[in-house]
Design a protein around this ligand. Structure first.
Ligand code: 2U9
Length: 346
């Protein structure tokens, strides 16, 4: 009987190692622990055995029964875990080709980028090249080369983020306009120059509905022999018509920027009221779009362009202002708050 028990135990252990799922484990349990199993039969027959044999067989049979029960419990847990893992892989890995496809949300360009591309396209069609420059600049390129020396009151126009410099080093800053790049372009090329420079600029200001500490500008520069104020007017008028509609009228008025002389601001007639006055144009009939002017002779001289030979015009505009006017957006901060309810509209 003891030999028989040893044989049952060894067979059960062998089979246990081959089980691959819970169904097979249940069959194993019935086979070795069930009512009709050999082990249960032996346990039932214990009473009929002589005392000495009964003691030995009972001890061995109960030990094997306990062993089987523990093995069953442990295997059940591990097989359950394996089943869940397999199920997960099946669900993830299986492809039901009859299911309708999941819609892939379409991305799009940010409204600022859309406007930037539109404006660049217009100027490219008018013969300008697009160039980009560094956002961290030397004081020289951002101010001094543009007729704004230290302590010049015009520095107040450009609240500046300064970058801590080691003592004795030249001051650096986050560019307050993209103009430094036009200086860099002129330093490395001879006229004719026709470039537009889009990019981020920074102002150290409190933010509100019309001010952000980071915004986009697009500036332009054209320098050649015989470039005149008429070229400035013609180019910017054409730009206004291509962007805002063929029927637009433009108005130029004097303005001041240290790097141009004369300086002007350009306005278009209001696209909502056509010039009669409304909320958008604050009742004036006109909407200011950009600043411009003839490049100051001192700026040309500094990059070694002879102002007696070469003249040029330049312009600059704040990019976000354009979609704000076109779509009636009343807060510039919406552009950079990553609110999809806003962004999805464009
Ligand atoms: C060089 C020479 C001249 C660029 C210019 C403006 C006028 C202008 C403002 C519009 C709104 C900046 O974003 S804003 O605050 N800009 O009005 N910008 S002329 O003149 C230059 C630039 C570079 C070498």
């Amino acid at each position: 009987m003891l030999e028989k028990l040893a044989e049952i135990k060894s067979k059960a252990i062998d089979e246990l190692s081959t089980l691959s799922d819970l169904r097979e484990l249940e069959a194993w349990r019935v086979r070795y622990l069930g009512k009709k199993s050999e082990l249960t039969q032996i346990l039932r027959r214990l009473a009929s055995l002589p005392l000495e044999e009964r003691k030995a067989v009972s001890a061995s049979a109960n030990e094997i029964k306990a062993f089987f029960e523990t093995s069953h419990r442990k295997n059940k847990e591990s097989l359950k875990e394996r089943t869940y893992r397999d199920l997960e892989t099946t669900v993830k890995g299986e492809k039901d080709v009859t299911l309708p496809g999941r819609p892939i949300p379409l991305g799009r360009l940010h409204p600022t980028t859309q406007m930037l591309c539109k404006i660049c396209d217009i100027f490219v069609a008018l013969g300008f090249q697009v160039v980009e420059g560094p956002e961290v600049e030397w004081d020289y390129y951002n101010f001094e080369a543009l007729n704004i020396p230290p302590d010049h009151p015009a520095r107040d126009m450009f609240a500046t983020f300064w970058i801590d410099a080691e003592s004795g080093q030249r001051p650096m800053l986050l560019r307050t306009h993209t103009s430094p790049m036009q200086i860099r372009v002129m330093e490395r090329t001879r006229p004719p120059v026709r470039v537009v420079v889009p990019g981020k600029v920074y102002r150290y200001e409190a933010t509100d509905a019309t001010h952000e500490s980071m915004f986009y500008q697009i500036e332009g520069l054209a320098v050649d022999e015989h470039t005149t104020f008429s070229d400035l007017k013609g180019t910017l008028y054409e730009f206004a018509k291509r962007l805002f509609g063929e029927e637009r009228r433009v108005r130029f008025r004097c303005d001041y920027f240290p790097f141009v002389e004369p300086g002007v601001e350009m306005a278009i007639d209001c696209m909502v009221c056509g010039g009669s006055g409304c909320r958008l144009c604050s009742g004036t009939g006109w909407i200011e779009i950009l600043g411009a002017g003839m490049v100051h002779p001192d700026v040309l001289r500094r990059v070694d362009y002879d102002p007696e030979v070469y003249t040029g015009f330049a312009f600059g505009l704040g990019l976000e202002r354009i979609p704000m006017l076109m779509y009636g957006i009343d807060d510039i901060r919406l552009f950079y708050s990553n609110d999809l309810r806003f962004l999805r509209q464009f």
